[in-house]
Design a protein around this ligand. Structure first.
Ligand SMILES: [Fe+2]
Ligand SMILES: [Fe+2]
Length: 246
């Protein structure tokens, strides 16, 4: 029977390689994601802590445990430290991954800069975003590490892409449906014009804000509607956060 929905799991900020990564949470994420068997796994950066080779080796072995067929990964500011972006390219082949199944199109862009925590996409990539996401399919998704709109409860605003205004305008002009990001380690949703800006929390690390919890998102798209569920990785509980039109 042909299925009429697409499931995307959105993970972010795994931060393997550092003291804040909790193996038990890592195991739970693998179990839950493999049980869900999504059509696509999207990881919006900060897979490592300092971008070192041994951390990327841990990332590779960890990601090999996910049985999902389609995977789209972009680097975060931590992954680009210490020339880590070169190792990222060796493992993932590109910092600008692309996926389409005709109905849904997803582009990932690298918003990181080597050894700088601030985000930046850059004018040279605006044409790439436009050509990949202009009127190609009913559902268009952009994935990048840095958040484009400030997130409440995360302290003093910093690291937002230096060209966030231009990227926001591109998202609105191209009628991009979803923008997936991470970086702040606290989940949040903004809706601007026709675009939903979904920031994921940290899935597997203790780099948390206050008494918040590790989490990741499950996005299920049915035609032009979608649901967003959040999995609390510490407890395993799933909460429905949103049911809305694209
Ligand atoms: Fe992070
Ligand atoms: Fe980050």
């Amino acid at each position: 029977m042909k299925k009429n929905h697409t499931i995307i799991v959105h993970l972010s900020d795994l931060h393997l390689g550092g003291a804040y990564f909790i193996p038990e949470w890592g195991e739970r994420v693998v179990d839950v994601v493999n049980r869900i068997a999504p059509d696509l796994l999207v990881i919006t950066g900060d897979l490592t802590t300092e971008g070192h080779v041994h951390e990327y080796e841990q990332v590779s072995s960890y990601l090999n445990r996910f049985t999902v067929k389609n995977r789209l990964v972009v680097p975060g500011n931590h992954d680009s430290r210490n020339e880590g972006y070169t190792i990222f390219e060796e493992i993932f082949h590109t910092r600008y991954p692309f996926y389409t199944n005709g109905y849904l199109t997803l582009l990932g862009v690298d918003s990181s800069q080597p050894d700088i925590d601030d985000g930046h996409v850059g004018r040279t990539n605006y044409q790439l975003i436009t050509s990949r996401l202009a009127a190609v399919s009913p559902v268009k998704i952009l994935a990048m590490h840095h958040h484009l709109i400030p997130i409440p409860g995360t302290g003093r605003e910093r690291h937002i892409p230096t060209d966030a205004g231009d990227i926001l305008k591109l998202c609105i002009d191209l009628k991009i449906n979803l923008v997936l990001s991470g970086h702040k380690h606290l989940p949040w949703i903004w809706h601007l014009e026709k675009t939903w800006f979904i920031t994921g929390g940290t899935a597997t690390s203790q780099r948390l804000k206050g008494r918040s919890y590790p989490s990741f998102n499950i996005i299920t798209i049915y035609g032009k509607r979608f649901t967003l569920k959040e999995v609390n990785v510490a407890t395993g509980q799933t909460t429905k956060k949103l049911y809305a039109s694209l």
